[in-house]
Design a protein around this ligand. Structure first.
Ligand code: C2O
Ligand code: CU
Ligand code: CU
Length: 444
């Protein structure tokens, strides 16, 4: 659209949320979901939602082994919300799915113990049939886990300085500046995609970087878009982490494909530039943020040879293969012929057992060309075994909680289910999820 969008602001860095518990082994956080406004377009206030602020939310940072409680308050006018910890391995009652609705004016305080390696996770609302709209309005934030491995690695880790989060989203604005969230035919089919890219809530921002190594933690926080990210100078970079934590080794690449809800940590070396050099980051060729080189770096980093070790789950350990078939289009989207029913458990998993989940995309084949569906399951991290029988790309050989399934494709992933309760699996195109492309599994 042609609305005049304000650009050229410096990249906002979401604040780290204060831990209110003085005990070093425990953490207590307070989060409030609220209605707000924000100026994306100069002179126009857009109605938004935010956690503790007017758009997006603070970064929750915890350590593996820590006991965490989060007091979540719903200050939204007249609507139920929930808060879901995407990628976190916790029991169903703390997971924040659609059964954990918080009424307006009320709060919910889940408690859990962190029991997984260092990772960049995120949190977002998950109310029944209203997730897409609340996320679109701005409810989302990052959730970092640190551990001995992340402590010991010689990589940038000064938050907001050389360890910088990039929450990437695309939006559609109406002429009056409001977010366009009335679903037209195209949005019902493909999910809501917009022509204006935001990074941490800013349009076309810049980030000043020193001549040295930067660590960027990327989240595709869009409702529906798959991004193909690339630097304007063909700069290569190294992916060091996927959804659920560090990869075993850094993977050199010059393009990163990131589906909705997927995360990647990358190391980018800016040491061969001159002051004032500008490097653009683009999605499918259109530039949406820039890095402006300025000054010397205080530390020197090399790309580590090894990051961590990941014990491969042996497919022979799997007690069964469970099939999930994405079918239908638009309002008919479903998994295995069924649409979400809050009162129906679709799959029963025995706790501590290992299973192969085989996800195929048979939706909208043929004439319509098909639709991508990013698969996600709660409370567990997977290892991808294969895509159509072929080993996954190297940057998908670590822990994954969300993976793209292309039209006609079949992806096999393996996981051990160590947390009990009721969890969701769904397409992470949020308009598909809200339309019913979701099911429930119970682990006990
Ligand atoms: Cu990002 Cu059901 O979750
Ligand atoms: Cu999730
Ligand atoms: Cu989908």
């Amino acid at each position: 659209n042609k609305t005049d969008i304000a650009g050229n602001s410096s990249l906002p860095i979401p604040p780290l949320l204060e831990d209110k518990n003085p005990d070093p082994d425990k953490a207590e956080f307070h989060i409030t979901a609220q209605n707000a406004t924000k100026e994306f377009i100069s002179g126009v206030e857009t109605e938004t939602m935010g956690y503790n602020g007017n758009y997006l939310g603070p970064v929750i940072r915890v350590r593996n082994g820590e006991d965490v409680s989060v007091q979540v308050e719903n200050n939204l006018e007249d609507e139920i919300t929930t808060i879901h910890w995407h990628g976190l391995e916790v029991d169903g009652d703390a997971d924040g799915g659609p059964h954990s609705g918080i009424q307006p004016g009320e709060s919910w305080t889940p408690e859990f113990t962190i029991d997984q390696p260092a990772a960049t996770l995120w949190y977002h609302p998950h109310p029944e049939k209203n997730t897409g709209r609340q996320v679109y309005k701005g409810l989302a934030g990052l959730f970092f886990i640190e551990d001995e491995v992340s402590d010991s690695l010689d990589i940038p880790k000064e938050y907001g300085v050389n360890d910088v989060p990039l929450i990437i989203q695309d939006k559609q604005f109406n002429e009056n500046g409001s977010f366009q969230y009335e679903l037209g035919m195209h949005d019902v089919m493909n999910g809501l995609q917009g022509g204006t890219m935001l990074v941490n809530g800013a349009v076309d921002p810049y980030l000043e970087v020193p001549k040295g190594m930067m660590r960027l933690r990327l989240l595709n926080g869009s409702n529906a878009s798959v991004y193909e990210l690339h630097f304007s100078n063909n700069q290569t970079f190294y992916q060091i982490a996927s959804d659920g934590g560090f990869l075993e080794n850094p993977i050199e690449m010059d393009e990163l494909i990131l589906g909705p809800a997927e995360r990647a940590e990358i190391l980018v070396d800016f040491s061969n530039f001159k002051d004032g050099d500008t490097i653009q980051l683009s999605n499918k060729g259109s530039e949406f943020m820039k890095f402006v080189v300025n000054g010397e770096s205080e530390s020197n980093y090399a790309i580590p040879e090894q990051l961590t070790t990941i014990e491969k789950i042996d497919p022979d350990e799997a007690v069964r293969t469970r099939e999930f078939v994405f079918q239908g289009m638009g309002p008919m989207v479903n998994i295995n012929g069924k649409q979400m029913d809050m009162n129906r458990i679709d799959e029963f998993v025995d706790i501590h057992e290992t299973e192969i989940w085989e996800v195929s995309n048979e939706s909208g084949m043929g004439m319509m060309g098909g639709t991508v569906h990013p698969f996600h399951a709660h409370g567990v991290q997977f290892q991808i075994i294969d895509r159509d029988g072929n080993p996954p790309p190297l940057n998908e050989t670590g822990w994954k909680d969300t993976f793209i399934v292309y039209p006609g494709e079949k992806v096999r992933a393996i996981a051990t289910f160590n947390h009990s309760g009721v969890f969701m699996y769904h397409c992470h195109i949020l308009e598909h999820e809200d339309a019913g492309m979701m099911g429930q599994f119970k682990v006990e």
